[in-house]
Ligand binder design. Structure first.
Ligand code: BGC
Length: 685
């Protein structure tokens, strides 16, 4: 029987109540006291999926009830937030993007997916592909930073990693790309706040990573909590049908965020629960992830009976869910071997991968020559020096602090508390605690805590050399830390192998190669801050008095620009060449540049290609990333780096939302970061 025949015949057998059950996703409260009734509902076919259940014994038990004790025996989707690792914890997604290596993100996503899959999870609430240009927003840590092109590359890679080539191979989960859409643009950077933006910005900046995830085959999409241009995302027909289905061609199922269906009512966008269910269903929301209430389970049946929701729409949503279950092979075997599940967790292989990812996720921001470290007379300091817990970061799956390597576990140096007499160098691990970023963790002041700055000042006062390692889930104002430090390293929480990764970097076993994916501000009050602002009529550079700036702090270049990151060696760029300076609009060119390693260490460099459309029918950004390549260059060697540039990618969505590539002059900029490059013009015909 073909897949279509199988699903058609199943849908034919289902009652409306059983269909509604497939659209009902419940939490792990079924294992608590408060929701004992959940077991009866499950047996009646009233629950199609769960979230947050991670023990293999329980995932097997739930599948057994669904398959053997319900009338039709339909297996369950079991979802979980595997954001940067399941048991083995990898760097936070934002920090991992510092690697500028989507292929690395694909491998860590795949390893995480495998660990989860062996435990019976088959739906991963990842990747988070929201572009974030505002470091006040706490969820910036879950994405790939401020840039649309880079974000799209990571979106694609992460979906591919999670899902693999074949969903049925029992080593991969279905991906749930989130949160649709523009969540990172919450006004004021406050989580859950409204988003109000032009459709042009929506399509040029926020849609592309979702488009990339859809093209990579993401099987589901999660809606967002906020209201977008006046409509809650979870109840917006415009977003869920016109954009997601009709424009982007998404074929999987759309899942609400936790309780976001119910919140359509809280927004004041529906009259009551029944009205909420009608709005959400008719907007195009397939599955409700419940939170507090079960809006679909309680109301959809009546709505179908009354003709307010069509049976065809219900069937279509059910089909989308069943297709994913089918493709995962759950109808054949939804169970996992409990011993194999345990053996699949935290292996030597995943630890090695975690270490590789972690050291590539660290950015060297300053080095006056003290690193790589040679002295033996050093000590560790700071609140993170001996904290395994803090290495986990936010959303740490089922990862445990006891499995993490803290700096104190990795280095042979003591942790010094105040008396620095016996040491030449102090390595201070400071920054933002894990509870300070993630969901509902927006901050109005993205600064280092006073106790951290005091520590750095005291070390300096004691006349010691200072290596500062800042760990954070968002860009912070690092001006004073930079001044006080002889060397400054930055990363997000790096996960299980964090301590070893810092050691690899600090002793030069690995030459730092990370580059920032967010602009770092000079001072608070500069958000949103991003490199690819539009060209204003009063740009910086001409007349400072009347330029787009603040009178009390510099914004451009920011303290550290997008794409910035140092190495223990130095790279010299020269000889920018373009294969064809008069390409056609559908042409493709190659941009090449010589990069020479003029320092003493072998190292990796990420060569970045930016483009500016000089004259267009819309005001365009001052530059936009359009390509990059990470290359390894031996000390003393020179390589020619070729980056392909498809002219089609130089277009944009105009006011009518047509994607246009306009002829005329474009400036092509190639360099080490968004503020340091060589440029040349091309003329598109
Ligand atoms: C978050 C989602 C997450 C869901 C399930 C929500 O609060 O916004 O990103 O997937 O919870 O845990």
């Amino acid at each position: 029987m073909s897949k279509k025949e199988f699903i058609d015949s199943l849908i034919k057998k289902m009652t409306v109540a059983e269909k509604v059950g497939q659209l009902n996703q419940c939490g792990n409260s079924i294992y608590g006291e408060s929701y004992k009734i959940g077991w009866d509902i499950l047996r009646q076919g009233g629950i199609g999926s769960f979230l947050g259940i991670t023990d293999v014994e329980k995932t097997n038990e739930l599948q057994r009830v669904a398959v053997t004790e319900t009338r039709l025996g339909i297996p369950l989707l079991l979802g979980f937030d595997v954001i940067h690792g399941f048991k083995t914890i990898f760097p936070t997604p934002w920090s991992e993007a510092f690697s500028w290596e989507p292929e690395l993100a694909e491998r860590t996503a795949e390893a995480a997916s495998k660990e989860a899959a062996y435990s019976g999870i088959n739906l991963m609430f990842a990747p988070m592909v929201d572009i974030s240009r505002d470091s006040r927003w706490g969820r910036l840590v879950e994405g790939a930073g401020e840039d649309t092109y880079l974000g799209s590359e990571f979106a694609k890679a992460r979906v591919k990693g999670i899902q693999g080539e074949n969903l049925a191979d029992r080593e991969h989960c279905a991906a749930c790309t989130k949160h649709f859409i523009a969540y990172g643009a919450a006004i004021g950077g406050r989580d859950y706040n409204s988003v109000d933006m032009s459709e042009q910005t929506l399509f040029n900046t926020y849609v592309p990573p979702f488009k990339a995830a859809i093209e990579a085959g993401t099987r589901s999409i999660m809606t967002a909590f906020h209201d977008f241009n006046g409509e809650p995302c979870t109840g917006s027909k415009y977003l869920l049908t016109d954009v997601l289905r009709n424009k982007l061609g998404f074929k999987g199922f759309a899942l609400s965020d936790a309780g976001s269906c119910n919140q359509i009512l809280v927004h004041g966008f529906s009259e009551n629960d029944k009205d909420t269910a009608k709005i959400a269903m008719n907007a195009g929301l397939d599955v409700e992830m419940c939170g507090g209430k079960t809006i679909y389970a309680d109301n959809l049946e009546a709505l179908v009976e009354e003709g307010l929701v069509s049976l065809e729409a219900l069937d279509e949503s059910v089909r989308r869910v069943l297709e994913v279950k089918y493709d995962l092979g759950l109808f054949e075997n939804p169970y996992r071997n409990e011993q194999e599940a345990k053996d699949a967790l935290l292996t030597e292989e995943t630890r090695n991968l975690a270490r590789e990812a972690a050291r590539k996720s660290i950015v060297l921001l300053k080095n006056n020559g003290i690193l790589p470290l040679t002295t033996k007379k050093a000590a560790l300091a700071g609140k993170f020096a001996d904290s395994r817990e803090e290495m986990l970061g936010c959303w740490s799956g089922v990862g445990e602090a006891k499995d993490c390597i803290a700096p104190a576990d990795a280095f042979d140096f003591p942790v010094a508390d105040g008396n620095y007499e016996n040491y030449d160098v102090i390595i201070a691990f400071i920054g933002e605690k894990r509870c300070m970023n993630g969901e509902a963790r927006s901050r109005s002041r993205e600064v280092l805590e006073e106790e951290d700055l005091e520590l750095l000042r005291n070390i300096k006062k004691a006349g010691k050399k200072l290596v500062t390692v800042v760990i954070s889930g968002r860009p912070l104002v690092l001006k004073e830390a930079r001044e006080l430090s002889d060397a400054l390293l930055f990363s997000g929480a790096l996960g299980t192998e964090a301590g070893n990764a810092y050691k690899d970097i600090i002793f030069g076993k690995y030459n730092p190669s990370g580059k920032l994916v967010s602009s770092f501000p000079e001072s608070i009050g500069q958000q949103p801050l991003y490199y690819n602002i539009n060209h204003t009529g009063k740009p910086l550079g001409d007349d400072e008095r009347w330029a787009t700036r603040y009178i009390d702090s510099r914004i451009y270049p920011p303290l550290y620009p997008f794409g910035f990151g140092l190495s223990y060696t130095e790279f010299k760029y020269s000889n920018l060449q373009i294969s064809d300076c008069n390409p056609k609009r559908d042409g493709e060119i190659t941009v090449s540049i010589d990069v020479e390693n003029i320092g003493e260490y072998d190292g990796e460099e990420t060569v970045q290609l930016y483009v500016r459309d000089i004259v267009a029918s819309s005001v365009r950004p001052i530059k936009e990333l359009k390509g990059f390549k990470k290359v390894f260059i031996k000390a003393g060697e020179k390589v020619t780096v070729n980056i392909p540039l498809d002219i089609k990618n130089l277009g944009f969505y105009d006011r009518q939302l047509n994607y246009v590539v306009e002829s005329g002059e474009f400036s092509v900029m190639v360099g080490a970061n968004s503020a340091d490059y060589i440029s040349k013009s091309i003329f598109v015909e």
